[in-house]
Design a protein around this ligand. Structure first.
Ligand code: ZN
Length: 277
């Protein structure tokens, strides 16, 4: 932690201390931890950082003078890092829509570990893009999505599971937070429980013989078992799955995700699923 008691700030996360400014409204300093989703240049030395925060949802903040103060800011505000921040701005969005980063501490800079690992880098990019797309409204807290996103990047960095599996587990659970996870253990249409053989993206997942629309896919039973294991976090089953099953599962997960998103994810088709672990 870099905050000193002399700064007079509460140490409690998410608590705010009003700070008067010369611009006619009160900007507030507040603290939160966040995953860095995206970094864009703003002029010569500033950056706009897209953050998924634990308590304040997704927000964009300006990091000023990143180039001048490289040692303090720049290296910590790279994509996929978990950081502890002090931000200035109204958490409710009144006054200014863009917050500014006044302090940043690294918790874990996962991005570094993906720089030399293209498959993991592409999976991390798809995770960050999905997190951003699933939070269309800024400053709408989504603790579950924050935890999933942080957990997925941590798992990718740890390298205990194949990157493609970590990504698909993330996508399945992230879709569940949005309310449109595919049905796996029951028919998506009539709700009849059981493992059904057909899968229809437009219908919402696995479908029973009575409800099966024309054009439904018939994935291998092991593929639906893998999808179920990834959703439940059953890693021994997921890790033991074979490549063709993983490929079929990824295809269904991607198709399901794209069906529900207005625009296609840019990063998903680029994911390199060569297995490095
Ligand atoms: Zn049915």
């Amino acid at each position: 932690m870099t905050l000193r008691p002399s700064q007079g700030l509460s140490y409690a996360r998410g608590r705010m201390a009003p700070v008067p400014t010369g611009s006619g409204y009160r900007r507030q300093l507040y603290r939160d931890d966040a995953v860095v989703l995206r970094v864009q240049k703003l002029g010569e030395s500033d950056r706009i950082i897209t953050l998924l925060t634990r308590h304040h949802g997704r927000l964009r903040a300006v990091a000023r003078g990143v180039r001048r103060t490289m040692s303090r800011f720049g290296a910590r505000l790279e994509p996929f890092g978990h950081v502890d921040l002090q931000l200035a701005g109204s958490p409710e969005g009144v006054g200014s829509s863009l917050h500014s980063v006044s302090q940043v501490e690294a918790v874990a800079l996962y991005g570094k570990q993906f720089l030399t690992d293209y498959p993991r880098y592409t999976a991390a990019s798809a995770i960050a893009e999905t997190a951003e797309r699933l939070t269309p409204v800024e400053r709408e807290p989504s603790l579950r999505l924050f935890q999933l996103t942080l957990g997925a990047l941590k798992a990718l960095a740890a390298g205990e599971h194949a990157g493609g599996l970590v990504l698909d587990a993330y996508l399945l659970r992230a879709m569940a937070t949005a309310g449109w996870a595919p049905a796996i253990a029951e028919c998506a249409v009539c709700g009849t429980p059981g493992r059904h053989a057909a899968f229809s993206v437009p219908a919402g997942g696995a479908v029973c013989p009575d409800c099966r629309p024309p054009g439904s896919a018939h994935p291998a039973p092991a593929t639906l078992a893998l999808m179920s294991a990834l959703t439940a976090g059953d890693w021994p089953v997921a890790d033991a799955s074979e490549s063709p099953v993983r490929r079929e599962c990824s295809g269904l997960v991607a198709a399901h995700l794209q069906w529900h998103m207005e625009r296609a994810l840019r990063s998903l088709p680029l994911v390199d699923r060569r297995e490095t672990s």
